[in-house]
Structures are given as C-alpha cells and as structure tokens.
Design a protein around this ligand. Structure first.
Ligand code: TXA
Ligand code: MG
Length: 356
C-alpha cells in the first residue's frame, strides 16, 4: 500500500482524508498532543486495521476523538455531572475522559470494556478532519506499538509508511506529550495516565479526590483495567536507555570508557567528555518546552548510533510528572546505576579476555 501525504492547510486534501475514513481506510493526523492514527469509530473492520497497522495487541483500547458535545453524548451510555464539568473546563484540549460506553461504539474500539475513552482535540488539523468526516474518529498514537510517539508527519512515515492509507500533515504537534487520561467514577477521579493536563490543573476544578490508578485494579465490567501505566516498557527507542537516579557527577565517573553514550538533559548542566552526544530539553528548565521536545529528542538520539542513552528526570511537579513517566517507561524502568554496573562488568570481562 502506498501512503499518501496530504496537508491540512489544503481544503481539498482534508476532504480527501475524510473520504478515505468514510471508506474504512486509515488516516494519520496531527493533534495538539501527538499524531493519531484514525479510523471511523463506528466501523469495526476499519478499527481492526488500526491494530494491524500498529501491531498493537487487541487488548489495548483506543481513544475516540469527537468534534462536539453531541458526538460525545452519543459515544456515552451516560455522562456524569463530574465528567461533564471536566469536559466543559478542558475541552477542546488534551484531556481524555473514561465514561460508560454506548452501544454505538463497537467492542473492538474499547477492547471489550464497558467504558470508552473520549477526547475532543483542539488542533486545527484534527478539528478540520473531524468536521469534514462528520463522525467520531478512533485513534491511538500513530506509532508502532511500544515505540516512541510521533510529533510530526515524518515520524509517522518512519513507523507506518506502507501500512496506512494517508498522513494528514498539520505540522509539529505543539504540546508533544499525550493527553492526560482520567476516569471520573463514584465521586472521585482515577488518574490512568499523566499527560499534557497536569494534575495540579485538574485539582483546581475537580472538587473531588484525585487518586492514582492502582495496578491490577478491577475496572468496569469486572475486568482488570489495563492502561499504558501497566505496561513496563512503552515509548521506547531502539537504543537501550536508562534514567539517571543518583548524583550526576558520580554517575558520569562510573561509566567505563569505550561505548558511545548519549545524554538527554532536562536543563543544561556541565558534563564531561564521557558523552558522545548531548541534547537538552529546555535551556531554562521550562517544563512545557521540555515536554514539547521530549519525543523529538528521543527519536533524534535514537538515530545517532549510540550504545546507550541516559536521561535526566525533571522535577515531579506540573508537566514534570508526565515527562518522568515517559522517560521511565522508555527506559523500561532501568536506572543508570544498574546500567553502569552492567557496563563495568562487561568492560572488566573484555579486559580479562584480552589479557589471556
Ligand atoms: O493525546 C493522546 O491521547 C493521543 C492523541 C492521538 O489523541 N492518543 C493516544 O492514544 O495517546 P494511545 O492509544 O496511544 O493511548 C491511549 C491509552 C491506551 O493505551 C489505553 O490503554 C487507554 O488509553 N484507554 C483507552 N480506552 C480505555 C478505557 N476504556 N479504559 C482505560 N484505558 C483506556
Ligand atoms: Mg500510544
């Protein structure tokens, strides 16, 4: 299959993308968070193709993107006052709400759950496509399953060229990190994924307790609720990665010479010659800027033929929480001290062998 490139600034291209969706085809498009891989949310066969194209396991449910309140209500069996309040405050924008699912949404979209994830995106590219299509669009991030999320059309091409019908180019996704996913239920808000809406912003309007989702917690219809936080590795580059846990200077000294190391800093700091390449997320430690550059920088480092990528974690506050979550998962939970210990062991073995 040839993947055609369309531009959201050309109305005829937007119409063409919408026509493809109507025919059950797959179209990637820009949102303010990351690029999504869309299909007609009412067409089970089209949605099934999303899983195939991404190599995504069928147990991982998708987000339904809507243009307006009417489409939101139609995807939901019921909307609680709390869900409605959150939607009113944060939509259009990077918040995804988990709500009881209506029968109009096929089971493949929600992986058999009785709830559905819904989001009303703010980005003009997504909004134009939704308007031209005239219905809800199911879309996960437009990357291969488990890999780094795409923040521009070229990233989507790298992962999915030849596997999807079109990419509607809308430029760089400005926020650069996925939506926050919450499940307003039983008078509290369960946080399923940290994201572009910080918990601090949610807390200002929530008026109820916000708590983290407990791993293995049973979700709607008695099934264990799986979400991105429960997968140990996600957003991962091909190059092995680890997050810096202890003091930077002693970590740097602990690295054996030889391998090509990459360094992903949250803000500038002095570092020695151990690192072949260094990228910095924000010159003045601005968390929004850091979030917007996160996936781009991981992808760029991944292209630099490095043996290891070490990433510095930002503070936990505000968008820092979501950035930390992505970095820890991209590293598969590996810490730099574990990685360095392994590297030193490897280095001393190599020395022994060469001495013999
Ligand atoms: O910003 C975003 O959210 C982007 C853009 C494209 O909208 N989308 C995105 O989708 O990040 P995805 O599929 O990569 O991540 C959505 C996650 C899934 O991994 C899934 O586990 C969770 O949302 N999810 C979807 N439906 C759910 C449900 N009913 N209950 C719990 N989690 C759900
Ligand atoms: Mg994803």
């Amino acid at each position: 299959m040839k993947t055609i490139r369309l531009s959201s600034s050309r109305p005829s291209d937007v119409r063409r993308a919408a026509a493809l969706l109507k025919r059950g085809r797959l179209v990637a498009f820009a949102t303010e968070t990351v690029y999504g891989l869309g299909a007609d949310a009412h067409n089970a066969r089209a949605v099934l193709n999303i899983f195939r194209a991404k190599k995504r396991p069928a147990f991982d449910p998708l987000i339904v993107h809507v243009a307006n309140g009417r489409q939101f209500e139609s995807a939901a069996a019921e909307v609680s006052p709390l869900a409605r309040r959150l939607a009113r405050r944060f939509w259009p924008g990077p918040l995804t709400l988990i709500i009881p699912k209506s029968e109009r949404i096929p089971d493949v979209v929600t992986a058999g759950l009785s709830t559905v994830a819904v989001r009303m995106p703010a980005h003009p590219c997504a909004r134009k496509l939704l308007a031209a299509f005239g219905g809800p669009i199911a879309a996960p991030s437009a990357n291969r399953f488990g890999c780094t999320s795409p923040t521009e059309a070229a990233d989507v091409s790298d992962d999915l060229d030849g596997r999807i019908d079109a990419i509607l180019d809308g430029g760089v996704s400005p926020l650069g990190i996925e939506s926050t996913i919450v499940w307003p239920t039983g008078g509290e808000i369960i946080l399923l994924r940290q994201g572009a809406v910080p918990v601090e912003a949610l807390a200002k309007v929530a008026r109820v307790r916000i708590r983290a989702h407990r791993p293995g917690e049973v979700g709607a219809n008695g099934r264990s609720l799986l979400h991105p936080g429960e997968l140990p590795t996600h957003y991962a580059p091909r190059t092995p990665m680890a997050v810096i846990d202890g003091a930077f200077s002693s970590f740097e000294r602990s690295l054996p010479e030889g391998p090509r190391y990459g360094l992903l800093l949250y803000k500038p700091r002095r570092s020695g010659s151990r690192f072949a390449r260094t990228l910095t997320l924000s010159a003045d430690g601005d968390l929004a800027e850091a979030a917007s550059k996160l996936f781009r920088s991981i992808r760029d480092l991944d292209r630099m033929t490095l043996d290891w990528i070490f990433a510095e974690l930002p503070p936990r506050r505000d968008l820092g929480a979501a950035i930390r979550d992505r970095l820890v998962k991209a590293a598969g939970g590996r810490t730099a001290s574990e990685a360095a210990a392994g590297l030193r062991q490897g280095a001393s073995k190599t020395k022994e062998t060469s001495r013999r």
